[in-house]
Design a protein around this ligand. Structure first.
Ligand code: LRH
Length: 493
C-alpha cells in the first residue's frame, strides 16, 4: 500500500532532530534524518539559543527528506522546549537572538511581578507552576529595562512558531506553546489580557491563538528550492515538546500517568479540564494545554539536566563519559549513600554541577559522593524519590488510581532510573517510546491530514508500532526506608 510520510522537527534543550514517520495505514515506522546538538552560546548580554545554526540543521534534515521521499512527504511540523521566544519587527526580522531560559535576566522578576499582581492571582488566571524562566518573567525583564527590542516588536513568536515561520513565511501562535507562557488562561481558553495589561506588557503582541493541526501553507519558495521540495505543507502541531510527548503516550487509560523524561522530568496526569485550586497552588502543579484542549496536570522536576550538566563539567576537566557508561558506573555504586533534592534552586542554573551536589551533601551531613558513579547514583536515586513524592500528591487529584506509569522521551533509555522509579513509587513503569515527542508531532499532522480521526486512534497506532519495556517494582521495604531518609534530608536542606 501507499505509504504516507510526515516530517517532524523536534528541538529539545539538549539536542534536536528531524524525523520521518512512515505510515502504512496501520503502523508508523520512524527514521532519523538528522540529529544535532543544541549548544547555547554566552554573549556579552547573556545566554542565547544558537537558533540559526539549529535552523541550518533542520534544512539539512529536510534536504535528506526531499531526496528520500519527494512527494510522498505530506507535511512538516515543529515542536520545541517551552517558554522561549523571538521578538519580530514590522519587516518580519528577528530582534536579536532568543534568550536561553536559564539566563539570569529574570533575576528578581518574580518579586517585580508579584508587586503588580499578587502571586495567587497570577496562578488563578493561568494555573501555571511558577518557574523563574516562564515567558511572563522574561517579558517583564524586557519592559523593566531590557534592550529595547520589546518597544520595536510587532510580533512575538515562540520557538516552534518561529521555526514554522521561517519555513512557511506564516506567523502563528499555537495553543500548546502559548500555554507555557503563564499569560494564557486555560478556563477562558485565551490570553489573559487583564494580566497582560496589569503587568504592562504590550498587548498587541498577543494574537489570535491557532490550534495544533492548522495548515500554515507550503514551504517558502527559497526553502523549497534549497531543500528540493515542491509542495511540502507546514502544519502547526502541539508545538510544546511536552504536549507532543504526552500526545504519544501509548495509553488507553481514562487518566494516563506519565513522565516525559529529558532535560526535565515532566510528571503528571492527563485530565480533561484544568484544576486550579488552593491545593494545586500549594502543590505547585501546572495546567498546560495539549491536543483537543486536554490538560497536562503536571510538575516540572529537574530531570536529566543534573546528569547532562555533570557530564559537561567532567568534559571540561578532560574526562569524557557517555551516558551509558555513567549509568553502568552508577549501577555499581553503593546504594542510598547520599541523596539530594533535585529541585533545590541551586541546581537550576548551569555550571559546576558535581560540586553543587557535593555541597548539598556536605551541608546536610551526608557522605559526599566523589566519583562519577557515586554522583550519578545519587542523582538517579534522588530523582526516583522525588518522583514518588510528586506521585503521592498527584494521586490526591484523581480517584482513578493509575497502576502504570509511562515514561517516554530520551530519558526513558535510563534503565537504572526506570527501575528505581518503579521501586520508589511501587508501580509498573512502562518505558517508551524514546521518540514520543516526534511521534506526537507526527500524530498532530496525521489528524490534520485525516489519516487518523482521533488521538485515541493515534495512541493505539503508537502502541502497535513501538516496543515498550516493563519495570516491576522490587525491594519495596528498602525503598520505603530510603524515602523516609530522603524526606528528612530534603526538609532539612
Ligand atoms: C521540556 C520543556 C518543559 C518546559 C521547559 C522549558 O523540554 O518544554 O516542558 O517547562 O522545557
Amino acid at each position: 500500500s501507499q505509504k504516507k510520510v510526515y516530517l517532524a522537527v523536534d528541538l529539545g534543550a539538549g539536542s534536536g532532530r528531524v524525523l520521518a514517520g512512515e505510515f502504512d495505514g496501520s503502523r508508523i515506522e520512524l527514521r532519523e534524518l538528522n540529529r544535532f546538538e543544541n549548544t547555547p552560546v554566552e554573549l556579552p548580554d547573556g545566554w542565547h539559543w544558537n537558533i540559526t545554526s539549529l535552523y541550518q540543521n533542520i534544512l539539512e534534515g529536510l534536504k535528506i527528506a526531499a531526496k528520500e521521499y519527494g512527494d510522498a512527504a505530506v507535511s512538516v511540523g515543529v515542536d520545541t522546549w517551552g517558554v522561549d521566544y523571538a521578538l519580530i519587527d514590522k519587516k518580519g526580522g528577528m530582534l536579536g537572538l532568543p534568550y536561553q531560559y536559564r539566563d539570569s535576566r529574570t533575576d528578581e522578576m518574580m518579586e517585580t511581578a508579584y508587586a503588580k499582581v499578587p502571586k495567587k492571582e497570577i496562578y488563578e488566571a493561568t494555573g501555571i507552576q511558577f518557574m523563574f524562566f516562564n515567558s511572563i518573567f522574561q517579558l517583564l525583564s524586557e519592559v523593566e529595562g531590557g534592550n529595547g527590542a520589546i518597544d520595536q516588536a510587532e510580533d512575538i513568536l515562540f520557538m516552534p512558531d518561529l521555526v514554522a515561520y521561517w519555513l512557511s513565511g506564516e506567523k502563528s501562535q499555537e495553543r500548546s506553546i502559548v500555554s507555557t507562557t503563564q499569560l494564557y488562561n486555560p478556563v477562558k481558553k485565551d490570553w489573559d489580557f487583564d494580566l497582560i495589561e496589569k503587568l504592562g506588557l504590550p498587548k498587541h503582541l498577543f494574537k489570535k491563538i491557532k490550534e495544533p493541526g492548522t495548515e500554515l501553507g507550503t514551504l517558502r519558495p527559497n526553502v523549497a528550492e534549497l531543500t528540493g521540495f515542491k509542495n511540502l505543507k507546514v502544519v502547526t502541531v502541539a508545538g510544546h515538546d511536552t504536549a507532543s510527548a504526552v500526545a504519544a503516550v501509548p495509553s488507553d487509560a481514562p487518566v494516563p500517568a506519565y513522565i516525559s523524561s529529558g532535560t526535565w522530568s515532566l510528571m503528571g496526569l492527563e485530565l480533561p479540564e484544568p484544576v486550579i485550586s488552593d491545593q494545586s497552588f500549594d502543590d505547585a502543579f501546572t495546567n498546560e494545554i495539549g491536543i483537543n484542549n486536554s490538560v497536562r496536570f503536571l510538575k516540572n522536576i529537574c530531570g536529566l539536566w543534573l546528569v547532562q550538566e555533570s557530564r559537561r563539567f567532567w568534559l571540561s576537566k578532560g574526562e569524557k563519559y557517555e551516558f551509558g557508561e555513567l549509568a553502568a558506573l552508577a549501577g555499581e555504586a553503593e546504594p542510598f549513600r547520599s541523596l539530594i533534592n533535585p529541585d533545590d534552586p541551586r541546581f537550576s542554573t548551569a555550571g559546576r554541577m558535581p560540586e553543587k551536589i557535593q555541597e548539598f551533601c556536605r551541608e546536610t551531613g551526608q557522605a559526599v559522593p566523589e566519583t562519577p558513579g557515586e554522583i550519578v547514583r545519587c542523582i538517579n536515586e534522588s530523582l526516583a524519590m522525588r518522583y514518588a513524592e510528586v506521585w503521592d500528591r498527584l494521586m490526591t487529584y484523581t480517584d482513578q488510581k493509575p497502576e502504570v506509569l509511562h515514561v517516554v522521551g530520551g530519558g526513558c533509555q535510563d534503565r537504572l532510573l526506570n527501575q528505581f522509579t518503579a521501586n520508589a513509587i511501587g508501580v509498573t513503569v512502562k518505558a517508551g517510546p524514546v521518540e514520543a515527542t516526534g511521534l506526537g508531532n507526527i500524530l498532530a499532522q496525521m489528524l490534520a491530514d485525516g489519516a487518523i480521526s482521533s488521538l485515541a486512534e493515534g495512541r493505539e497506532i503508537v502502541a502497535a508500532s513501538f516496543e515498550v519495556e516493563d519495570f516491576e517494582h522490587v525491594d519495596d521495604e528498602v525503598w520505603a526506608l530510603a524515602r523516609e531518609k530522603f524526606a528528612a534530608i530534603t526538609q532539612s536542606a
